[in-house]
Design a protein around this ligand. Sequence first.
Ligand code: F6P
Length: 534
Amino acid sequence: MPRHDTLPAWQELQALAAAPAPIISDCFLSDPSRLTKFSIEAAGLYADYSKQPVTEEIFSKLMTLAEQSKLSDCIHSLFAGENVNYTENRPALHMALRADLQSVYPDSEKNVMPEIASGLAQLARFSESVRSGDWKGATGLPITDVVNLGIGGSDLGPRFLTTALAPYCDAGPRAHFVGNGDGADLHEVLCGLNRSTTLFLVVSKSFTTSETLDNARLAQDWLRTELGDDGLDRHFVGITAKVEKANEFGVAEVLPFWDWVGGRFSVWSAVGATIALSAGMSVFESLLAGARKMDEHFRHAEFGSNLPVIMGMLGIWHTNFLGVNQHVVLPYSHYLERLPAYLQQLEMESNGKSVDRDGRSVSYATVPALWGEVGTNAQHAFMQRLHQGIHNVPVDFVLPLKVRHPYQRQHDALVANCFAQAEALMNGRDANDLQASGIENLEHRVLPGNRPSTMILLPELSPQCLGALLALYEHKVFVQAVIWNINPFDQWGVEEGKRLAQKLLHEIDSGELGQHDASTTALMQRYLGQRNKD
Ligand code: F6P
């Protein structure tokens, strides 16, 4: 396989990037149909990328790069259930979790749909029994609070979507999330809870993650102080791909999922149980249906009208040709507060790699740092840098058009702010305009403009739209991985961190330091010295 930066389209894009950058606002003047050309509706979402610094020539060359990188073959391999996660020798079948239950996926030989249907039925029975009050705790009381104990993909997805779907959460128990290995996280959540009416979900694909298992052990102890040992299993449900490990741990009731689902792609499985518990199974199913629509779009649409491909390739333009190493996501909805955190794992754990599929170090940039915050909070925090800072950072605005709270005027203002930010980023404010208004300190007030953004509109924050939105970003991540020729489905860097932490913890327990660099040794000594003081 040739290195991807030697592909002809890569070279041609480099030449285009060396020419003076297009002035986005001028592009609108010279082409009245720019918006039509650079906007799209897909799976119920509308995306306007006309404020991106691309001409038709650049856009078409980006699509050629996608073709030359064999993106079509890779999409085919992904949906065909091939071992696309080749360093772990397994497929990535998260799309099966939201596929039509009557379908065969990925094919008749490897069909996983029967086990998915049975998993969904189990989740439905479980969530309905908790919601209806049939599921009783050890003292015979129904469950009022559910605590999701999990980290990374076993936390970020359910936490994000349960928050985002708050207006749909009706009769279900209250959902809480404890991810962090810092005991303060668990402590703060437990403080407000009643042992007799609390149910813990121990969510871990591997059932070996130390933060989650430590929190689960502490939760068991917390329950025991009041409930004793009897009936403790009424307060624990495991959600894992390693059922026997959960059983060994003492969790009898388990909702299974499968090794072929990556942690950061697992919210579509029983990992999303808090959504079904809080909002009901029909909401969870609508979420899956929305994602399924985006899967179909991604699988079948031509590259030039394929939203995940377009967003992926616009990112490639910024990262690999314009030299940008950051990407900002600004959801204009309080309910989407956790979207940036969710996308951080999805994008950076997937594509934070520097070795290509042939084991060679790559000579080009891969995933940019992703960060963000809800609007309008972002405006009063870091937007200044985006408007007038040195760096030109592309922004994704995500905005639901309709809301389910009663304060319409507030929403009107939110929408106005969102559109105003995108407009200001692109148009800037020029000196002549300021001069005409007789304003002083002109040079400080000039906004350079020509700062790129994509506007993603959701008709409303429905489960369908949210499903489509997350599937859009999942596929965007896949597209970029193909262009960078890397595996987005493993995370060996994270695994190494876990291994070392275990080693250091063992040394803290034993008080005997192993071989380390001088800095780590001194830090450990400093900690042990402090810890062993009374
Ligand atoms: O953070 C690293 C990671 O391996 C993620 O990929 C995963 O989502 C998380 O740990 C939790 O893993 P598990 O679900 O196995 O506890």
